[in-house]
Design a protein. Structure first.
Length: 233
């Protein structure tokens, strides 16, 4: 029994070490200072070289982004930690490979990696929407693929009100910039490489969510389905 228990513990430790090797941002979430990050707020760490003025601006942008997300998710359920870089070297240390920002989450626990070009209100709101959506899906809901990746991404575009992928205004499907293809990626592992090659997928995903909401009684139907644990779409 003792040998078996030691083997399980050793296996778990090796698995965790391997995960942090492939995803250094997870290790940075445990020890931000080990990666040259300093605490700016309880849920925000920034690169030590970030100037004071930029820190103040980022802090204000983060608060504004949270307020934006609260218009859709009034109660905050996610326990998120944001790690922000101002240099490409810092971003590479955290495992960045070109994306402006990436959210790593399991249920309510999330780490958001922000590259230098990801320090904007819109991108912050996009990623924080992911954290709140995943908190409501729960770990099991994520693992089971309760919400397809295209819906998750499209919803974050809508909540963040991203002008790159939405027409101005508040008139439902009239905000669509691009009609969705029938084969939008359902898996996050398929979404990431395709979206990396074609950012237009975000506009298609947002439109697909708008179409879904129009047929289901509005965006409140999204929150209701999250609360009941029903599958999407």
């Amino acid at each position: 029994m003792r040998v078996s228990l030691l083997a399980i513990v050793a296996g778990a430790a090796l698995g965790a070490a391997a995960l942090m090797w492939f995803y250094p941002v997870l290790a940075a979430g445990i020890c931000p200072r080990c990666f040259g990050l300093q605490r700016l707020a309880p849920d925000l760490y920034v690169e030590a070289s970030m100037p004071a003025a930029d820190r103040s601006t980022l802090n204000a942008l983060t608060k504004s982004a949270r307020a934006q997300v609260a218009t859709f998710y009034p109660d905050r359920r996610a326990h998120s930690l944001m790690l922000a870089c101002v240099t490409s070297a810092c971003n590479r240390r955290l495992g960045g490979r070109g994306a402006a920002a990436v959210t790593y989450s399991l249920g309510p626990l999330a780490i958001v990696r922000l590259a230098p070009r990801g320090l904007s209100k819109t991108i912050l709101a996009h990623e924080l929407t992911h954290t709140e959506t995943h908190a409501r899906l729960g770990a099991l809901g994520q693992i089971r693929g309760q919400m397809p990746a295209w819906f998750d991404e499209g919803l974050s575009v809508l909540v963040s009100d991203d002008p790159r992928y939405l027409n101005p205004g508040r008139a439902g499907m009239e905000r669509c910039k691009a009609l969705p293809q029938p084969d939008l990626p359902a898996s996050p592992f398929k979404w990431a490489p395709r979206a990396g090659r074609d950012n237009g997928l975000y506009a298609q995903a947002a439109c697909a969510v708008l179409i879904w909401a129009a047929h289901k009684g509005g965006t409140d139907a999204i929150k209701l389905r999250l609360e009941t644990g029903a599958r999407f779409p």
